[in-house]
Design a protein around this ligand. Structure first.
Ligand code: SF4
Length: 230
């Protein structure tokens, strides 16, 4: 893809949503870390439902560590894999208290050493909390990057490297949010909304969804109308 096309795609995404952010409700770096960690293999909606009851009770590493895995479980039952996530969450909170003075660490190695935190979660925290131009690649971004031609690749790591290398610096901070929202609501997995997509003319996808044809009923009504006017 030509650099000018890539820049044009991001310019349009930015114009449509100048200040993109996550849909995970949070009020602190630790709350964001917990929400992102819980969001693996589940929807943001069910995570927000869980954290809405968990955070008023425990929203710091100390309080989560004090609750422990069994204490956390009742609050996060709406989230997939909640048994494992409860154990990870309690261990993560303990580790942050013991090794990082109760603060979310600011480097990738320390983040990825936390229980339940992988590369994608670490990238989101580095990007959103510490302002680093990381681009976490989830299933939505992987699809959008490949379809559009922004950063084609067979694995998330290849796509991530392609996006980081080729995204113009001015768009790197927000690229993750623009692409994830575009994938979630427009460039959906089964039937992408190509006819109304704001980057349709710049996208390289060969199988764009065509505009819907007028229904047979509408056509019949139009024909009937013409006959009536004769
Ligand atoms: S034109 Fe279609 S395939 Fe391309 S980005 Fe838009 S929705 Fe996705």
């Amino acid at each position: 893809m030509r650099p000018a096309t890539r820049a044009a795609i991001f310019r349009r995404l930015r114009a449509a949503n100048p200040t993109p952010t996550t849909e995970l409700v949070h009020a602190s770096p630790f709350e964001l870390l917990v929400a992102v960690m819980l969001s693996a293999h589940t929807t943001d909606k069910s995570v927000n439902a869980a954290t809405a009851v968990l955070f008023p009770v425990a929203n710091t590493p100390l309080r989560i560590a004090a609750l422990g895995a069994e204490g956390v479980k009742p609050y996060i039952r709406s989230v997939g894999l909640y048994n494992t996530k409860a154990a990870n969450l309690a261990a993560l909170a303990r580790q942050i208290v013991e090794r990082h003075g109760g603060e979310v660490p600011a480097d990738r190695a320390a983040l990825e050493a936390l229980p339940g935190v992988g590369r994608k979660t670490a990238s989101i925290i580095l990007n959103m909390v510490f302002g680093q131009p990381e681009i976490a690649v989830d299933t939505h971004i992987f699809r959008v990057a490949n379809r559009t031609g922004l950063a084609p690749g067979k694995t998330p790591r290849v796509v991530e490297a392609g996006l980081i290398a080729a995204t113009p610096p001015e768009f790197r901070k927000d690229a993750h949010h623009w692409l994830i929202l575009h994938g979630r609501y427009v460039c959906t997995a089964r039937t992408p909304k190509c006819p109304t997509c704001i980057i349709r003319d710049l996208c390289k996808y060969k199988h764009k969804t065509p505009a819907a044809k007028r229904s047979g009923i509408s056509a019949a009504i139009r024909r009937g109308g013409k006959r009536a006017r004769r």
